[in-house]
Ligand binder design. Structure first.
Ligand code: GLN
Ligand code: ZN
Length: 773
């Protein structure tokens, strides 16, 4: 029998119980004991689910109250100095006060301590807490969470495989907080703590320990490869007879293959979903006694596994290595997929036919087990039936008319270079647009959304519940839109927006109106801490049956003589924030979305909306993990944006907007998008970002954000003037726009008005200076 291995299980709870417990604890509505109890229940539930599914290697320590990287930071005692006021309560406890202060900051009882930084976990939408290291960093075992949770499972009669982020990956995930050292050189100080942990787990009776080293699947240098060899020699000596499995995921091993295969450990986990092509090389190069854990079930996406395709891979491995040297596993931790498909009963938004193509975490366990049994050929009738059902689900996906729409495919394949190219170069367009709009220098605008107040959200909820009619709802939205137009006129903003009150979310709003999209009821995935997202599902060829935004944009335009911007989400962002198809390349899906957006752009144009913004905040985060793959991605991502925005009149002004990340390293690709205007988040970096635009001689217009919308603080006119002066020093004044960093939907009205008033004042001050010269 093949063994089954699971790397990690979602811990937020089937119905987001952990989110609710955490938030109740933070609001002081439940006690520490109640929170701990909620954690225990989730762990026990998860272990039993995995046991019932027949998983042999069940993970422990994959549970976390906030983040597994933060857990490790506490475990090895890398506690930044600013948290000194928080007591370490002893290794046996969770140290929750200290822990949450590190995660979320602490502002009470006369203390004011900032949180640790958070960033994306590789190319997922999960965010981890970034470890902070100083030159003279010390480590010591400060929390025995990993040992305690192993013992907890053992007491429930379940033998688990403790999971720990490996020491090299842990150091690489962190950040030096002072100059004069390289964090990887801390390894000699860190390893004794790992050795201590391994020793304690051995004493507690662990048989397998999983060390996650995803950096083995990334671009690392020769020195790091050598370090892997040394570090794992030490760890395997310290493991004192306990078996080690090193887990890699999210990419293929490529030039690190030899290093990974020759680590002195008992098993190596590889991602055969992202790294499909690496199997043969692995089979050829693996030492005879190494166990290969084959990650064949996608841990990152929600599609049913294709059993036949997986079995082909598995059988190749068994032939080469024998059944006792092969494990079956998900490609990565299941943290990144929703909990349980059985909780979906919403025929309306998730039709049965589509649901039949999906598998969430719980279903993926079953898939892993089925594959293990099927591969050795002794399936009982239940499994044989599931195999048959799996085949027919795959078959229906290949042919279903819900998915496949010839006219959509044909349209994508007939995209030409001309479709991705504006008629005239920017300079000519700019002249025509200036003639049309006659905007002042330092033209002012906002990014799109205005405050989504409790009222606005309540109207939407009431409509959904049927408490108000569509007509009543539309009336409320119309009134709110009109108030917002009037306000912008009073503030004397140059290019107005309608306010986006009709939208719940910038992707969901479009997804709901595009064909090829489905929605789940409980498909939550942890984003960070207690925050979860519920990405929509792109299952089929995407098209746009009818207008999506024209109504509210056109309505807003009837209210004013000033131009109102049409507001759309771009194809790459729509792709990036959805669960996407795995039966065609991401680029293909993106082009389909791009054409749908183009249709909307043209409909807006026809309706008299001549300034149109296509938001692409997620373009940077779609970047592949390996540098070698960057160019190919950027080429199609940029081209898809251009397809969505090029087939318009010269005097139609296309804006785009970006935020959330650094853009310096992709500046030439941003320029290649050829938007007439880009509005971009810059205020938090004090306009530093603009240096890249200046160095590059960015040709088109730029609106660097002049204030941070993430805080209720109202910036003064003087501050913004200063920032604009800074911008003007590096970018020609004639290219500059004035706007906030991002949309205002999370803000309240009073601070929004005050901030925009000061912003318009700042723009006018700059115009005054320009005229005086
Ligand atoms: N137009 C969107 C808004 O204003 C943009 C949001 C974003 O960039 N994330 O809310
Ligand atoms: Zn933004």
């Amino acid at each position: 029998m093949l063994k089954t291995n699971n790397l990690g299980y979602p811990r937020i709870g089937a119905l987001r119980e952990l989110k609710k417990a955490n938030e109740a604890y933070w609001a002081k509505k439940i006690s520490q004991d109640e929170l701990l109890q909620a954690g225990r229940q989730i762990r026990e539930g998860n272990w039993k689910t995995q046991q019932d599914a027949g998983i042999d290697l069940i993970p422990s320590n994959d549970f976390s109250f906030y983040d597994q990287v933060l857990d490790l930071t506490l475990t090895v005692g890398a506690i930044p100095a600013r948290y000194q006021g928080f007591a370490v309560e002893g290794a046996s406890s969770y140290n929750l006060d200290l822990y949450f202060a590190m995660a979320r900051g602490f502002q009470q009882e006369g203390l004011d301590v900032t949180a640790m930084e958070m960033t994306k976990w590789f190319d997922t939408n999960y965010h981890y807490i970034v470890p902070e290291f100083v030159k003279d960093q010390q480590f010591r075992l400060t929390s025995e969470k990993i040992i305690n949770e192993f013992n907890e499972a053992k007491q429930l009669g379940i033998q688990t495989k403790p999971v720990l982020i490996g020491p090299i990956t842990y150091l690489l995930l962190g950040k030096e907080k002072e100059a004069g050292f390289n964090r990887i050189d801390l390894i000699d100080r860190l390893l004794p703590v790992y050795e201590e942990i391994l020793g304690k787990l051995a004493a507690a009776g662990a048989q397998w320990i999983q060390l996650d080293e995803p950096f083995l699947a990334l671009d690392i240098d020769e020195k790091t490869r050598e370090l892997y060899q040394q570090v794992y020699s030490r760890l395997s000596a310290a493991a004192a007879g306990v078996n080690l499995v090193v887990a890699t995921y999210f990419e293929s091993l490529r030039e690190n293959t030899k290093t990974a295969l020759n680590l002195p450990v008992q098993a190596l986990h590889v991602d055969l979903v992202r790294g499909e092509d690496q199997l043969d090389e692995l089979l050829a190069g693996a030492p005879a006694d190494l166990i290969l854990s084959l990650g064949v079930v996608d841990g990152r996406n929600i599609w049913k596994n294709d059993y036949e395709a997986s079995l082909r891979k598995i059988n190749r491995a068994i032939e080469k290595r024998g059944a006792d040297r092969v494990w079956i596993a998900p490609s990565s931790s299941l943290l990144h997929v929703p909990f349980d498909l059985d909780l979906e009963d919403n025929e309306q938004s998730l039709p049965a036919e589509v649901k039949n193509w999906l598998a969430f975490a719980k279903q993926k366990l079953q898939e892993v087990k089925d594959l293990a049994v099927l591969a050795t050929g002794d399936a009982d009738t239940a499994i044989a039936q599931r195999f048959a059902a799996n085949k027919s689900a795959q078959q229906s996906r290949r042919t279903s008319s819900l998915i496949h729409r010839e006219e959509v495919k044909a349209r994508v394949s007939s995209i030409t270079d001309e479709d991705a190219q504006r008629t005239s170069p920017f300079a000519a367009r700019k002249a025509k647009q200036q003639e049309k709009f006659n905007l002042p220098a330092f033209a002012t605008t906002t990014i799109g959304s205005f405050p989504q107040t409790r009222d606005v959200r309540k109207w939407r909820a009431d409509l959904k519940k049927g408490a108000i009619t569509q007509a009543e709802y539309d009336q409320l939205i119309a009134e709110e839109t009109e108030r917002t137009i009037r306000l912008q006129e009073e503030l004397d903003i140059d290019v107005l927006v309608h306010g986006e009150f009709e939208r719940n979310d910038m992707v969901e709003y479009f997804g709901e109106q595009l064909s090829g999209y489905a929605f789940t009821k409980n498909g939550w995935v942890q984003s960070y801490g207690s925050r979860c997202v519920k990405p929509p599902v792109i299952y089929g060829d995407v098209s746009r049956p009818s207008d999506m935004t024209v109504r509210w944009s056109a309505y807003a335009q009837t209210l004013t003589n000033r131009p109102v911007k049409g507001m759309l989400t771009g194809p790459v962002t729509i792709l990036q924030w959805s669960f996407v198809r795995n039966d065609q390349p991401r680029s293909e899906t993106t082009y389909q979305i791009a054409l749908a957006i183009l249709d909307e752009v043209q409909a807006l144009e026809k309706a008299g909306i001549k300034i149109i913004q296509i938001d692409e905040p997620a373009i940077r985060e779609g970047l592949p993990l390996r540098k070698a793959d960057h160019k190919a991605y950027l080429d199609w991502a940029v081209r898809a944006f251009r397809v969505s925005s090029s087939n318009v009149d010269d005097d139609t002004q296309i804006h785009t907007h970006m935020c959330y990340s650094e853009f310096n390293d992709i500046i030439e690709h941003i320029a290649a998008m050829d938007a007439d205007v880009i509005t971009i988040e810059t205020s938090r970096s004090q306009m530093e970002l603009l240096d890249a635009f200046a160095d590059f001689n960015y040709p088109n217009d730029i609106g660097p954000g002049v204030y941070d919308i993430h805080s209720p603080r109202v910036p003064s006119k003087e501050e913004m003037v200063k920032l604009l002066e800074k911008a003007k020093a590096v970018i020609p004044a004639g290219q500059l726009w004035v706007n906030p960093d991002c949309g205002l939907k999370t803000r309240a009205w009073p601070e929004t008005k005050a901030a925009l008033e000061a912003m318009v004042d700042a723009a006018k001050t700059l115009r005054g200076i320009a005229e005086a010269v």
